[in-house]
Design a protein around this ligand. Structure first.
Ligand SMILES: Nc1ncnc2c1ncn2[C@@H]1O[C@H](COP(=O)(O)OP(=O)(O)OP(=O)(O)O)[C@@H](O)[C@H]1O
Ligand SMILES: [Mg+2]
Length: 247
């Protein structure tokens, strides 16, 4: 069965896109076919993978069309993307204005399920119609959160959203909360991680350390497994993918 995972947090710059692209690539390198769908109008999954951003998500959600035509290759065998760009924001408005059902993302992508072992949704730093519908279509939600003061603020709101979706009949679950930008040299990181563990217990996954090489990857349009496969960041994202694979 296809495993569908939403990477979420309404807070910006916490490592969602970095996680979506590196997780997808690692799962792919382990022999799984994977599709990334970029639900963020910033379209940064494309840049991160070195492909052109396009209005794929807009067409997927608004044009009544077969989803396969919006799938693009990434130059990596078995790793594909439906790219997004700023027109994704228009799709979001249309979904809300037309009061499209909570199943709209699921309905739009269902014909592709048979082609992929994993489908990974990157989302914008906000909570809105697209996020809700993406989560509804997902088996798993992975929340990325920076280990910085106040950055866990947004988590409560997403947890509330997850609870409200469960009440509406959503069958998925939280895969975990992924602490990012971890730096054990700073009190800020250590204290924030401790607070996260206090608040969310076993849901807190092993942190991804702050690593300049991850920033360089994004700039070069390559993943950590291409740029620095032996780095700590690569090992950490590999461990995350292995864990996700067990769920
Ligand atoms: N662990 C890390 N260490 C250092 N830099 C990182 C790390 N993770 C991500 N980055 C860099 O930080 C910036 C923000 O990361 P990213 O784009 O993944 O966050 P995001 O949550 O997707 O942001 P947005 O909410 O704007 O979509 C990028 O330049 C990225 O390369
Ligand atoms: Mg992003």
């Amino acid at each position: 069965m296809t495993k569908i995972i939403t990477i979420s947090n309404q807070k910006g710059g916490v490592g969602k896109t970095t996680t979506a692209t590196n997780l997808a690539h690692r799962l792919n390198l382990k022999g799984n076919s994977a599709l990334i769908v970029d639900f963020d109008p910033q379209g940064q999954c494309s840049t991160a993978l070195g492909v052109v951003s396009e209005n794929g998500v807009f067409n997927l959600m608004v044009a009544n069309s077969s989803p396969g035509q919006w799938v693009r290759k990434t130059g990596r065998e078995g790793l594909h993307i439906i790219p997004g760009d700023r027109t994704t924001a228009t799709a979001q408005i249309v979904l809300t204005a037309e009061n499209r059902p909570i199943t709209s993302v699921q309905d739009a992508l269902k014909p592709l399920y048979k082609d992929y072992d994993y489908i990974i949704f990157d989302t914008a730093p906000s909570i809105g119609g697209l996020q809700e519908r993406a989560i509804w279509a997902s088996n798993l939600v992975l929340l990325a959160t920076a280990t910085e003061y106040l950055s866990s603020d947004g988590l409560a709101q997403i947890m509330k959203l997850l609870h409200s979706l469960v009440e509406k009949g959503w069958k998925g679950k939280l895969a975990g909360i992924l602490p990012t930008f971890y730096d054990q040299q700073t009190n800020e990181s250590r204290e924030t991680l401790a607070q996260l563990k206090e608040g969310f217990g076993d849901s807190i996954l092993s942190p991804i350390h702050r690593a300049t090489v991850l920033r360089e990857c994004a700039a070069d349009g390559v993943t950590i497994f291409e740029k620095a496969p032996k780095s700590r960041a690569a090992k950490e994202y590999a461990a995350l993918a292995d864990y996700i694979h067990t769920l």
